[in-house]
Write a protein that binds this ligand. Sequence first.
Ligand SMILES: [Zn+2]
Length: 184
Amino acid sequence: MTQASLVILDREGVLTECVAPFMRSPEEFRPIPGAFEAIARLNQAGVRVVVATNQAGVGRGLFDMATVNAIHDRMHKAAVAAGGRIDAVFYCPHPEEAGCRCRKPGTGLFEEIAERYSLGSLVGVPAVGDSIRDLQAADRAGAQAVLVRTGKGRETESAGALPAEVVTHDDLGAFVDDWLKRAA
Ligand SMILES: [Zn+2]
């Protein structure tokens, strides 16, 4: 396992359409067109894909872990249906006011991922997100922050104040095409 063979993805706004304020049931699961096919293309190139997601609704009691697991089950099945695989899902269940280290823009989830894959650092690992929190967490963790214009991405782009090293693509498919071209 090397930094070049791992990609970290946010869930809502990258893989699935955003549901405001929280996705509370698997019935609300809507794949973003092309996103799961993009995961399959990464896998075919020998790249593993993991998801890092804030799930504050759990900590606020809005839905339970069984619901999160049911949504993630849908997500795993969508990946398989597209010919791909999500290796693992890392999530923070805490509400913002808990002040935990794992909620993005904190770096705890990224540190867990580095540890799980025995990577000394995440330098060179792309982390794709649509919100400023995703980009800040990626940047602080030493990963390559990638902004996509799906979900809240366009708002995030026009709000500015992005980390200096951010690269931007229209959607996950466009990022993956570019990433694999560079790796070839
Ligand atoms: Zn947390």
